[in-house]
Design a binder for this molecule. Structure first.
Ligand SMILES: [Zn+2]
Length: 416
């Protein structure tokens, strides 16, 4: 997740409408793709929609219009429309000070998000249910309800307390992304500019990975540094996931996995879930005017509100969103499309085979493409896969079969 992209999703700011994949000549192919999309279990391993749950006046049970300001990337009715059966909702806490007070605040914030997620399944029992295992997802799919899994993005709320790993497991968390954009107590991040040295997994981090293995929780290697990645793979006795990352060979971002990392992941039996975030799919061309304008806006928000999270007033938020939209319109980025994302899937399949790739959208955390702006347009990915000749069985693996296989394996390897 990065700040600019976060706001794009907040705005639902798709000012341009691109042709969707349904051109008339493609009609039989599109029809087949839509049937497959409905027929297979579709799983998204990463969205930041929980932060919308904490937003006043936004209701996940209500249908919001695609690309309307403030609509976000998904709600339960749109997930149904988009044929998304299961999604891992992220308990995300930004990295703060590594002090007892900082860690306690992070834990409190994680608990507040977990409470909101509990309230959601209680409020909308006809629309969704909590999922803890692959079987739960299959059962909820049959009942026509969205399966809501929980992942924790950033192990910061665990602090240095092993008992908290067990606590979060009991609260339903089924994967932990060890770090976010900065180094933490567990391991180093791939994007910590203030401290570029890569020390990998710490001694405490080793304890965390072992405990996650023992409990049957998935270890998520997205966001962590290369050395942390290899340290985790050397240690973990269960397969791991990259819940939202792309292929570095196609887009040279530290957030993406190199071919060497992909091969190690295959050996580990794990899976990389493609992140449909445009900057990771295709690096944007240099745009210093845009960067300067956004840097000034973020500086103002940081100084006035202590970050976007501090903008509580609705009028303030709308004014800042309008400023964001104006900068975006003045210095636009070239659009990135579903076909660019599927190029990454092709690359990964060519390198490590069909059994190690899936999809983690990062919706409401910056994810979304010109022709996949929200959950209702996820079908366009299936259309593109079918267009490129993927079989129904392969589409089923990409959309959920692979990640559910890994999750079940992790559960089976837990210490009973
Ligand atoms: Zn992320």
């Amino acid at each position: 997740m990065n700040k600019n992209m976060l706001i794009i999703c907040l705005l639902g700011a798709a000012l341009l409408v691109f042709p969707t994949a349904g051109a008339a000549a493609d009609e039989p192919l599109v029809q087949k793709a839509l049937e497959w999309h409905e027929g297979v279990l579709t799983v998204d391993t990463h969205c930041d929609t929980p932060f919308k749950l904490l937003e006043k006046g936004w209701d996940i049970g209500q249908l919001h219009k695609t690309a309307e300001r403030g609509s976000g990337c998904q709600d339960l009715p749109r997930m149904k429309q988009g044929g998304l059966d299961a999604s891992f909702f992220a308990v995300f806490v930004a990295q703060g000070p590594r002090t007892p007070e900082g860690r306690a605040r992070a834990k409190d914030k994680a608990v507040a998000i977990l409470d909101a997620l509990d309230a959601m399944v209680v409020t909308y029992p006809d629309l969704c249910g909590r999922a803890l295992t692959p079987n739960d997802a299959l059962r909820l799919e049959k009942e026509g309800k969205r399966a809501i899994f929980i992942g924790m993005e950033n192990g910061y709320p665990i602090g240095l307390d092993p008992a908290l790993i067990d606590y979060f497991f009991q609260r339903g968390v089924r994967y932990v992304t060890l770090a976010h954009t900065s180094d933490n107590d567990i391991c180093d991040s791939s994007t910590d500019r203030r401290d570029p040295e890569d020390r990998g997994l710490s001694e405490w981090g080793k304890q965390v990975v072992r405990r996650l293995n023992d409990l049957g929780m998935m270890v998520d290697v997205s966001h962590i540094s290369d050395r942390s990645f290899f340290d985790v793979l050397a240690l973990s006795r269960a397969p791991v996931i990259a819940s939202h990352s792309c292929a570095r060979a196609l887009s040279d971002s530290p957030r993406n996995l190199s071919d060497e990392m992909l091969l190690a992941l295959k050996k580990n039996g794990g899976v990389i879930q493609l992140c449909i975030l445009d900057d990771y799919i295709k690096p944007p061309p240099p745009n210093p005017e845009r960067e300067k304008a956004f840097a000034a806006l973020w500086k103002k928000i940081d100084e006035t509100y202590g970050g976007w999270g501090g903008v509580k007033d609705k009028a303030d938020r709308e004014r800042l969103e309008a400023e964001y939209a104006a900068i975006d319109a003045r210095h636009p980025q070239p659009p990135v499309f579903v076909k660019d994302a599927v190029d990454h899937i092709d690359h990964i399949v060519k390198r490590i085979g069909i059994d190690h790739v899936g999809i983690g959208t990062d919706f409401d955390g910056g994810g979304g493409l010109a022709d996949c702006r929200d959950v209702t347009e996820l079908k366009n990915i299936t259309v593109e896969l079918v267009r490129r000749g993927y079989s129904r069985e392969q589409v089923a693996k990409i959309w959920g079969g692979n990640i559910m296989r890994v999750m079940q394996r992790v559960i089976d390897l837990a210490k009973k």
